[in-house]
Design a binder for this molecule. Structure first.
Ligand code: TIU
Length: 221
């Protein structure tokens, strides 16, 4: 039976039997100083601030027995899954695969690539390493979610206008109904976060819905 979540552009009919939470890229690379986000010149403190909200959101899904999916932006150590067009975008010495303050930047298995301990996955949850900004490219995730009957995705994580929005758009095109939890996502650029949310809900929810965590909690209360 569907639960009605107050959201923009209109209420979201959440079906717990078909819904999963996707936590995008809450890894040290983006959130701690010295990682990929930092070497790109960003102030990471904005992102650190949402960690308690993301933890509370994960708790809602765990408490209600719903699937939680965690993604990491991660490349293989030999960089065979990193196109030169992506790797060569950054400054020499600070590119994907280069040695940074938390190991090789955006490389699977390195310290910087780990999900923050406060948000660590638990048994039964999915952890998806994705070589793209979007979560479906080269991951097999659509097949995995389809096999479990998942048709609705609730989104959190970083950054709103890059990996979160890209993943939401990919999901929208694959037929998922998508709900963004707007205080459980953040950008290095507040104006980009605000614009991304407006782009998502505009035109009758052209990409999906958006709501604060409190509205979702009220639905499950
Ligand atoms: N740079 C930036 O805003 N984001 C990324 O590179 N990846 C994600 O958003 N995860």
């Amino acid at each position: 039976m569907a639960l009605s979540v107050a959201a923009r552009p209109y209420d979201f009919a959440l079906d717990p039997a078909k819904a999963a939470l996707v936590v995008i890229d809450m890894q040290r690379d983006f959130i701690e100083p010295g990682g990929f986000g930092g070497v790109l010149g960003n102030d990471v403190s904005r992102l650190t601030a949402i960690v308690p909200t993301v933890a509370a959101l994960i708790d809602v899904f765990r408490t209600n027995g719903l699937l939680v999916v965690h993604t990491r932006e991660a490349h293989k150590p030999d960089l065979s899954d990193c196109p030169p067009a992506k790797r060569l975008r950054g400054r020499p010495g600070l590119r994907i695969g280069d040695e940074g303050a938390m190991g090789r930047i955006l490389i699977a298995g390195e310290p910087g690539n780990q999900i923050l301990p406060e948000l660590a996955p638990i048994a039964g949850e999915l952890v998806i390493d994705k070589p793209g900004k979007g979560m479906f490219w080269a991951t097999g995730l659509h097949e995995t979610l389809s096999a479990r009957g998942i048709r609705q995705l609730v989104f959190a994580g970083v950054t709103t206008e890059v990996c979160v929005q890209t993943s939401m758009r990919e999901a929208n095109d694959r037929g998922y109904e998508c709900l963004l939890i707007e205080d459980a996502t953040e950008s290095y650029f507040p104006e980009f976060k605000a614009a991304a949310i407006e782009m998502i809900v505009a035109q009758g929810g052209i990409v999906g819905w958006s709501t604060p965590l409190e509205a979702l909690k009220a639905t499950f209360a």
